[in-house]
Design a protein around this ligand. Structure first.
Ligand code: 1HE
Length: 267
């Protein structure tokens, strides 16, 4: 069943559309006339969307209306900020993106057209990314005489390497969808127009996982990857023991052993 925002979420700005499809929530950037540029109101709206998710939600699809995923930071607001206000603004993006990256449910981003600047920062805070063939990636901060401020120095550099990110910002280099797929900017590459269905299919698949497995992947894995190996192995053992002692794991393991559970076959 599809439920639109009026019935499950109030107070979202017009630049955000929300929709519920059973246990999957959809966040759609809806400011296509400004190429989904991320102004303060939209960033607050993203925050409000995740705070207002119904308890039963198990995954989110983040997508965008119009020809482009997002043109990044709304540049009209940038010129109005003092240095101190600019620091606070960047820290707000960090807080909002961190809150959903380390939130309650996995987020599948569906990208198309321009995924640039802050738009790429938003996408890389998501857990799984689907790119339609029209997608391209750029960091035009270099051209604009500014610097990334939405967590890109950490998230994008980890995905593609600081050296490639430096090239994108220094030279204005862009990557197309197949290149982005090879670099790890997307996990799935699909034909134009098929992104949303693919995102929804993946979100449903993720929603069917044991909650503790998803929790471990969202909260333990990135911290283990950042930790030294010794601490990482220890965290892994704890997470592994916690997940496998849960009733959900026990019933899934029993199902397999009783020849009822799915096999890990080639797909
Ligand atoms: C905008 C923005 C924006 C479009 N802020 N208003 N991001 C950028 O440097 C990318 C800037 N945008 C573009 O390069 C192009 O707009 C696109 C390649 C994405 C799309 O081009 P196009 O020809 O389809 O659209 P357009 O005609 O350029 O833009 C349509 C309208 O959207 C126009 O407004 P209008 O009132 O004249 O109709 C544009 O001004 C407006 N628009 N992009 C404000 N970004 C936390 S730090 C993150 C730092 C960054 O993200 S820096 C990167 C900023």
């Amino acid at each position: 069943m599809i439920v639109t925002s009026e019935r499950f979420m109030h107070g979202l700005p017009p630049s955000i559309e929300a929709e519920l499809r059973d246990d999957i929530a959809v966040l759609r950037l809806a400011r296509p006339r400004k190429r989904n540029a991320l102004d303060d109101t939209t960033i607050e709206g993203i925050d409000a969307f995740f705070r207002g998710l119904p308890d039963a939600t198990k995954a989110v699809v983040l997508c965008a209306a119009g020809e482009h995923f997002s043109a990044g930071l709304d540049l009209t607001e940038l010129t109005k900020r003092t240095t101190f206000e600019a620091v606070a603004h960047s820290r707000t993006w960090h807080r909002v993106f961190h809150a959903f990256e380390f939130g309650r449910v996995p987020v599948v981003a569906v990208m198309h057209g321009a995924v640039v600047g802050g738009g790429l920062e938003l996408a890389t805070a998501s857990h799984i990314r689907v790119a339609e063939r029209s997608t391209y990636y750029a960091l035009p901060e270099g051209i604009r005489g500014i610097y990334v401020g939405g967590g890109g120095s950490v998230r994008i550099s980890r995905l593609i390497g600081a050296s490639r990110m430096m090239d994108m910002m220094m030279t204005g280099r862009t990557y197309d969808a197949p290149e982005g797929q090879q670099l790890g900017l997307s996990h799935y590459l699909v034909d134009d127009g098929n992104g949303f269905e693919k995102g929804l299919e993946l979100a449903r698949r993720i929603a069917s996982n044991a909650p503790l497995t998803n929790y471990g992947l969202m909260h333990a894995l990135p911290r283990i990857a950042d930790a030294d190996s010794d601490a990482g192995y220890m965290m892994e053992s704890l997470m592994s023991a916690i997940a496998s002692s849960d009733a959900e794991a026990r019933s899934r393991l029993a199902a397999f052993l009783e020849k009822r559970g799915p096999k890990a076959t080639r797909k």
